[in-house]
Write a protein that binds this ligand. Structure first.
Ligand SMILES: [Zn+2]
Length: 232
């Protein structure tokens, strides 16, 4: 094989490896993002729980206000009761007070129920806090792991990059330029073998002249796709 082509094949092999590593660097973090998404889910759920608590608190405030207004009415009627001038008036205020007190009991029952609801919502918040803490530590551990993986990939890439630069110096600039053009289009299928008269790149039969040229020592291009060829 043409020695320049041999060096160029090495460059292509290293470029191919670099491309793989580049894709790894891009895809690894995506593989890890599922756990991050789960964490964001739990944080979202906790936010919903806080909204629910706010809504419950609004109901509590409203019912407590209602209770206070009933208490005021009871107090007001008790003053009136004290100042009653007839038995009928006295009994009327007494009956009114009894009705208000029964309303007040209903309000208290409502308050008990809603405080129960609030307690449940607080318990859910605690559960969410615990889940967030646990998931955060999982995500953090994974981040450390991921960073290690990425660094080892980067280190390998740096080594290959240096090797590739050395290999490129062994190839004349003009040929490197041509190879870079082919690589932009065909990546690590820029220099391909010919097997049984078929170009390993475009899978078409090369013409007899190209086939004859392959027997010599010069550089040969596929007559169909212009890739650089060697005998497979
Ligand atoms: Zn071809």
């Amino acid at each position: 094989m043409n020695p320049q082509l041999q060096s160029l094949l090495k460059v292509q092999r290293l470029d191919g490896r670099l491309e793989l590593l580049r894709r790894e660097l891009e895809n690894r973090p995506k593989m890890h993002s599922a756990k991050q998404e789960r964490l964001e889910d739990i944080i979202g759920k906790r936010q919903e729980i806080l909204e629910m608590q706010k809504e419950i608190q609004i109901r509590i405030d409203r019912i407590e206000l209602e209770g206070k207004s009933i208490d005021d009415k009871v107090a007001d009627n008790q003053v009136k009761l004290g100042n009653a001038t007839s038995n009928a008036e006295y009994q009327g205020f007494q009956a009114q007070i009894a009705r208000y007190q029964s309303d007040r009991e209903e309000v208290d029952e409502q308050l008990l129920e809603i405080w129960e609801e609030m307690e449940q919502a607080k318990a859910l918040e605690k559960q969410a806090d615990a889940a967030i803490a646990e998931q955060s530590s999982i995500v953090a551990e994974e981040k450390v792991e991921l960073e290690k993986e990425l660094e080892s990939i980067r280190e390998e890439a740096r080594g290959i990059w240096a090797e590739r630069d050395r290999a490129r110096t062994e190839v004349p600039a003009e040929l490197i330029g041509e190879y870079d053009g082919l690589f932009a289009r065909y990546a690590n299928r820029s220099i391909v073998p010919v097997d049984a008269g078929i170009c390993g790149g475009c899978n078409m039969a090369i013409n007899p002249q190209t086939r004859a040229n392959l027997q010599g020592d010069g550089l040969v291009h596929c007559n169909n796709c212009r890739r650089l060829l060697y005998s497979g």
